[in-house]
Design a binder for this molecule. Structure first.
Ligand code: ADP
Length: 269
């Protein structure tokens, strides 16, 4: 079985608000898959459906070959870990507590962690470089540190798939790159499938194997970044003038939004 996730004719509505309409695509095992699109296009709703946080009505979401609705909560958590948006938390727990929570889907009836669980938590903290913070409380961390703790928790869960909803939002550029490099290392060393929502098209282009572009809840286009990132594709979706050329890093598209004053001066693509 080559696919981690298969989506077939997926539609979703919040009561009478139709948010997703007839999406079909698949995510390969070990792939770095990034969902992009304007605000309100349905990105978060889509990843919540894949993570099992929202329930599809029909057999439209398959995880590791099985209908997502056939998994129990614990068995799904052994397949998928969800890293939420980087929201400041008033958390009384320490970093090592939070990372160890990742073992919950693997624990027996009494919920006691074994030496192996503690070892896995230590390894996950070392992998995301938060081991020196193990005794600190979550509410005493910076945004970038907190995000690395949540990724450590996800890794400690030993899932096949990690889903991240805008993990780099509100981080400075160095911390954004650190999170993205970490995701790349996770893919290379652990072969975990990563599905990420991102607002940053250029960051996505630098790391993703596949981009999926949503517009008004519909799949506009999906494929490798150099196929998706052209101004013919992006302008009708984002509704603003954009230039696309090659990044100075080479063989990567680079998207430059055009400020309004250039447009007033008669700018043309
Ligand atoms: P994106 O992540 O692309 O910004 P979302 O999936 O968050 O898009 O939202 C898509 C649409 O669904 C928006 O119009 C939003 O207002 C609506 N929406 C999101 N969550 C809910 C909810 N819990 N109840 C009702 N409407 C929602």
């Amino acid at each position: 079985m080559a696919f981690s996730v298969e989506i077939k004719n997926l539609s979703y509505a919040y009561e009478d608000l139709q948010v997703l309409e007839d999406l079909s695509f698949s995510v390969n095992k070990g792939e770095f898959f990034v969902v992009i699109g304007p605000n309100g296009s349905g990105k978060t709703t889509l990843v919540k459906l894949i993570a099992g946080l929202l329930r599809p009505k029909r057999s439209e979401v398959r995880i590791m070959g099985e209908d997502i609705r056939s998994y129990g909560r614990k068995s799904l958590a052994r397949q998928i870990a969800f890293v939420p948006q980087n929201v400041p938390l008033d958390f009384p727990f320490t970093v090592s507590d939070v990372v160890l929570f990742g073992r919950a889907p693997h624990l027996g009836t009494f919920g006691l962690e074994s030496e192996n669980d503690i070892k896995l938590a230590d390894q996950a903290m070392a992998f995301t470089e938060v081991d020196h913070l193990a005794r600190r409380r979550m509410d005493q961390l910076s945004g970038g540190e907190r995000q690395r703790v949540f990724i450590a928790r996800a890794i400690c869960q030993e899932p096949e798939i990690i889903i991240l909803d805008e993990p780099t939002a509100a981080l400075d550029i160095a911390h954004q790159m650190r999170i993205m490099d970490l995701m790349e290392k996770m893919k290379q060393e652990k072969s975990i499938t990563a599905i990420m929502v991102s607002h940053d098209i250029n960051l996505a282009a630098m790391y993703a194997d596949t981009l999926l572009l949503l517009k008004n809840g519909r799949l506009f286009k999906w494929g490798p970044p150099d196929e998706i990132l052209s101004y013919e594709t992006l302008e009708p979706v984002y509704g603003c003038p954009l230039l696309v050329d090659e990044s100075p890093l080479g063989r990567l598209p680079r998207v430059t939004p055009v400020p309004g004053r250039y447009i007033k001066e008669g700018y043309r693509v």
